[in-house]
Design a protein around this ligand. Sequence first.
Ligand code: MN
Length: 230
Amino acid sequence: MNATGSVIVPPAVPVLPVLGTQATFPVRRIYCIGRNYAAHAIEMGHDPDREPPFFFQKNPDNIDTSGRFPYPVKTGDVHHEIELVVALKTGGTNIPVEGALDHVFGYGVGLDMTRRDLQAEAKKLGRPWEIAKAFEHSAPMGPLVPAERIGHPQAGRVTLSVNGTLRQEGDLNQLIWKVPEMIAYLSDFFELAPGDLIMSGTPSGVGAVERGDVMEGAIAGVGELRVEVV
Ligand code: MN
């Protein structure tokens, strides 16, 4: 046993910076919603109708705020997915849609980096998605911006460029499941808590990156994110 009373060195709690402050936001869980923009659902071969949302998780320690994304092992087809990140300051279960936004601390810009080849194989075999979604450095993120400062964005252009060429484009007003609906739905299945993040899905135009590529994401009214693939 060491000085902390643990038999190993306790793992660090991953944190996100809070824009314009010295404060950090400690992260407990990362929930990700799938197929939340109709045009992306169609490009992935699915019906864009408003079927119930589905979620998967990334690991909090997959977050990387360094601006560098190491090309992952065991894939030859890693894709960018630009997403609005929602950060919760309070939680609970069975949260009503009305008032769900009161649980939001703020928003950020993130990338749900995906080993698309391994995801396709997992889908085909009916296997879980962790090896495609929840790997090291798979969640590049920028700082959080408090809702106190920017409110709760209902609309705003969402873009991702690679080496200056626009790849993904959408608008927050195209989200099939809106932020309060995502919070309410998740809280029926999980006990949400302070420190939870929700990655809200990606617009169409996902695609592969290679070492040396520079990804530049932006969400109007929220922020920007620049990540180099190394
Ligand atoms: Mn995604």
